[in-house]
Design a protein around this ligand. Structure first.
Ligand SMILES: *Cc1c(COP(=O)(O)O)cnc(C)c1O
Length: 354
């Protein structure tokens, strides 16, 4: 079965060998405060920073999921309230989770075919953290690169970005925001159970000012451990090992990003040419990594069923678009050959129905 599911998604085929190497190497049985583990963690962080072109002054911590990152940010980086811009299910969930911990946090919804207005975002200087979802996996929208750089020019507030379904798939202006995070079962092409939290000096300073150390995953406690190449709790050593191996294997992000964007442009062109309707009309806010295609409930159900019979797994719709869209992951681990197979299938379905 070829999978285009946008998470968990296709893992790099090399992972099979890396799993066996991990076992053979003995790393899975060592204590996480021992030298071999610390060396492995350090090397993984270094190769990830280098391949993703993350600024030297930014720090990387591994946690368990993007959802955990929501919790860490709410506990440790927001003293009283944050502002959440959202146009879909994941942005909304982030707001809801945060409000359970910091009830004064507020949301601002914007249309899925438009960008949020920067003057609205920065109007309340009391918002300690501006929370943005780079890639809204539920509806296939994304904020363009230029949006982050423009926002950064106009505010010195801490900006946190959920880039769960785009980090390792496209390039980012890292310095235009302070916290970036992703879980690895999307663009990293890795099995689930690990997330990457990237923090700027400004984010670290804010965490220090707030001083939260009340939880096992408090930002400062996590950071203290990572500065020693350790972790607060017994970590997912296999996940970290696999992340290091895959990062060593992949091309630098500039080259991956170029390929992702080229493939995305080809996808959008192909879909339009073959009579498929793309959920998002406005080209500027279409995602490069998750493509949402809309149709009637019956059309979508039949297409997914027929795809499955042809050995292809399409992504279900999500949230409000659960039954009236299907999603196509455009993640780096998917090969051109697999994309061509899906295109052939979609073309023949379009001809059959025409
Ligand atoms: C998948 C996803 C999440 C949740 O990731 P988990 O690893 O399940 O916690 C959060 N935000 C976005 C944008 C996602 O795509």
């Amino acid at each position: 079965m070829i999978t285009f599911y946008p998470g968990p998604s296709k893992v790099y085929p090399q992972v099979e060998q890396y799993l066996s190497d991990a076992y053979q190497s003995g790393i899975l049985s060592v204590n996480h405060r021992s030298e071999p583990f610390m060396v492995m963690l350090k090397e993984t962080i270094e190769v990830m920073k280098s391949k993703l072109d993350i600024p030297e002054a930014y720090e990387i911590y591994f946690c368990s999921s993007a959802t955990e990152c929501w919790e860490i940010i709410a506990q440790s980086l927001i003293a009283t309230k944050s502002l959440h811009l959202h146009n879909g299910a994941f942005g909304e969930k982030w707001l809801e989770y945060t409000q359970k911990i910091k009830p004064k946090s507020k949301g601002f919804s914007f249309d899925k075919n438009s960008l949020p207005i920067i003057s609205d975002i920065i109007s309340d200087q009391e918002d300690e953290v501006i929370c943005l979802t780079h890639n809204e996996t539920s509806n296939g929208t994304a904020l363009p690169f230029s949006f982050f750089t423009e926002l950064r020019e106009q505010t010195s507030q801490v900006i946190a970005v959920d880039a769960t379904s785009s980090i390792a798939g496209v390039e980012f202006p890292w310095e235009a925001a302070d916290v970036w995070y992703a879980s690895v079962q999307k663009c990293f092409g890795l099995p689930a159970g690990l997330s990457v939290l990237i923090a700027s000096p400004r984010a670290i300073k804010l965490a220090e000012k707030i001083g939260d150390r009340d939880f096992y995953n408090s930002f400062l406690f996590v950071r203290d451990n990572f500065l020693k190449y350790q972790t607060p709790y017994t970590p997912n050593a296999l996940g970290i090992y696999l992340a290091g191996r895959v990062m060593r294997q992949v091309e630098p992000i500039a080259s991956i990003s170029k390929q992702t964007k080229k493939r995305a442009a080809e996808w959008y062109e192909f879909l339009a040419e073959n009579g498929y309707s793309i959920l998002i009309d406005e080209q500027e806010v279409r995602s490069d990594t998750v493509i949402a295609v809309s149709g009637s409930k019956d059309q979508v159900a039949n297409l997914k069923k027929s795809a499955k019979e042809n050995g292809i797994l399409l992504g279900n719709g999500y949230g409000a678009w659960k039954e009236t869209t299907f999603r196509i992951a455009n993640f780096p681990a998917i090969t051109q050959n697999e994309i061509d197979q899906l295109k052939n299938f979609l073309k023949s379905e379009a001809n059959r129905l025409a």
